[in-house]
Design a protein around this ligand. Structure first.
Ligand code: GDP
Ligand code: IMO
Ligand code: MG
Length: 426
């Protein structure tokens, strides 16, 4: 029995979807445990490119259970549309399991997301505007609607009657020209209920049964460690715990069931949204990496900010997630650069800092201390993928060895292209 957690070690978009799909070959259950359709996970299979937002990446492999855990916030319309799109591409969606305890994104959450971002001014995180934050707000305030509520219309209506007037008052007081009607929401959501009914189960019970039958579980994190609401660059984070500990809470299995934790790191750093970014690259090199890495948001299409690899960030991620190995992705993207830099420490007020500061104002003032590496050439990456890890050019090996030494975490996977078969295992 093997239970593996995959998490992002940076600010999201590290290639979690691609590595989850790779690992899913040897897993039976692939579980999303947090976030919602703010995520965008890309998997390229042959000539087909899949961009998944809510459905676990495991659904693309045959005979795997794809599980949406209680910790996920679910926009039912988005889920239904995503399933439809997959079915059109002949993907069997019958193996999906949706937690009865997952919270639902309601239409007013998306409007609140826009409103709160506007009100926050320079404190805004630059959210995906999918209603993620407001849905988690209502969950914490115990004002949320859960999947299970869809199947008890009387209680669902009762809850809406309590919540909707509050939301309408908020919109009214901030001059937002939107009001909701309980019956309209009820009608819309009861239709979704009908469509989703076959998938709804108690995920904790299902996973326990799977463990009893020695099935392999794979937990697919969304976002990244530095977007974690506790451990990230608060307030420029998302609204959930993106770190490994939440795999347990967001699915309903105890922590002792988890056997390994893989951190996904890009060979450089990228970021969508606002907030400090010590190794950010502006100018030609940044542009080169953005274009080669196609660094445009999977969910919003926004150009991603890019920068050098930051080992202060990675060491932090190794600690807060208890990483047992790293998967380094997009190594091919850096090809063609004469020199590649890696940030080892921050320089703040005349001192070298090894640890990531909690306060954002200090982080803005941190200057990266770099170690320089010789670059590598463009290669036939598919040929290297066929030959295996040993075929990697020497300069890449040196770069990877340094990452291992500095983080204290072994690198077990290296990704050298977006395609399913472009992953090397050490
Ligand atoms: P996720 O959110 O962590 O799953 O990552 P995204 O899918 O949002 O973004 C990663 C992007 O990099 C996607 O376009 C992937 O197809 C692509 N990608 C993943 N691994 C590699 C790699 O090793 N090389 C290149 N060139 N692209 C990669
Ligand atoms: P994946 O799973 C990158 C960022 C947003 C914003 C902040 C808060 O594809 O790696 P939210 O909508 O969550 O309230 O936005 O978090 N963000 C992501 N950035 N990848 C993601 O997911 C992200 N999900 C949220 O850009 O800065
Ligand atoms: Mg993404």
């Amino acid at each position: 029995m093997d239970s593996v957690v995959i998490v992002g070690t940076q600010w999201g978009d590290e290639g979690k979807g691609k590595i989850t799909d790779y690992y899913a070959r040897r897993s039976d259950y692939i579980v999303r445990f947090q976030g919602g359709n703010n995520a965008g996970h890309t998997i390229e299979v042959g000539d087909e490119k899949f961009q998944l937002h809510l459905v676990p990446s495991g659904l693309l492999r045959e005979n795997k259970k794809a599980v949406i855990g209680n910790g996920v916030v679910v926009d039912p319309k988005v889920l239904i549309d995503e399933l439809k799109r997959l079915e059109k591409k002949d993907i069997d969606t019958s193996d999906l399991i949706l937690s009865d305890r997952a919270h639902l994104i309601m239409p007013y959450h998306k409007v609140e997301d826009e409103l709160y971002e506007k009100l926050k001014g320079n404190l805004k995180a630059g959210t995906t505007k999918k209603g993620i934050g407001p849905c988690y707000m209502d969950k914490a305030a115990r004002y949320g609607i859960r999947v299970v509520d869809l199947y008890d219309p009387k209680s669902f209506k009762h809850k809406l009657e309590k919540i909707v007037p509050v939301k309408n008052k908020i919109f009214q007081s901030f001059d937002v020209d939107k009001r909701w009607d309980v019956d309209e929401i009820l009608e819309e959501y009861l239709e979704y209920a009908e469509r989703l009914e076959g998938y709804v189960q108690d995920v904790s019970v299902q996973l326990e049964r799977a463990l009893e039958r020695d099935k392999n579980l794979l937990f697919e994190g969304a976002q990244g460690t530095h977007l974690d609401i506790d451990h990230g660059v608060y307030p420029y984070t998302t609204s959930s715990n993106t770190t490994a500990g939440n795999a347990s809470i967001g699915s309903g299995i105890g922590p002792k069931n988890i056997s390994s934790i893989i951190g996904i790191a890009k060979a450089y750093t990228s970021r969508v949204g606002t907030g400090p970014f010590p190794t950010e690259l502006e100018g030609e090199t940044g542009e080169y990496i953005r274009e080669r890495g196609n660094e445009y948001g999977t969910t919003t299409g926004r150009p991603r900010r890019v920068g050098w690899l930051d080992l202060v960030m990675l060491r932090y991620s190794a600690r807060v997630n208890s990483l047992t190995s790293l998967a380094v992705t997009c190594v091919d993207v850096l090809a063609g650069l004469d020199q590649i830099k890696v940030c080892t420490d921050y320089r703040l007020d005349g001192e070298n800092k090894r640890e990531f500061p909690a306060d954002i104002e200090s982080l803005y003032r941190c200057d990266p201390v770099y170690k320089k590496f010789e670059g590598w050439e463009e290669e036939e990456w598919s040929t290297i993928a066929d030959k295996g890890y040993e075929a990697l050019p020497e300069n890449i090996e040196k770069y990877l060895e340094f990452i291992e030494k500095e983080t204290g975490v072994p690198i077990k996977h290296v990704s050298i292209g977006p395609k399913r078969d472009q992953t090397l295992e050490k």
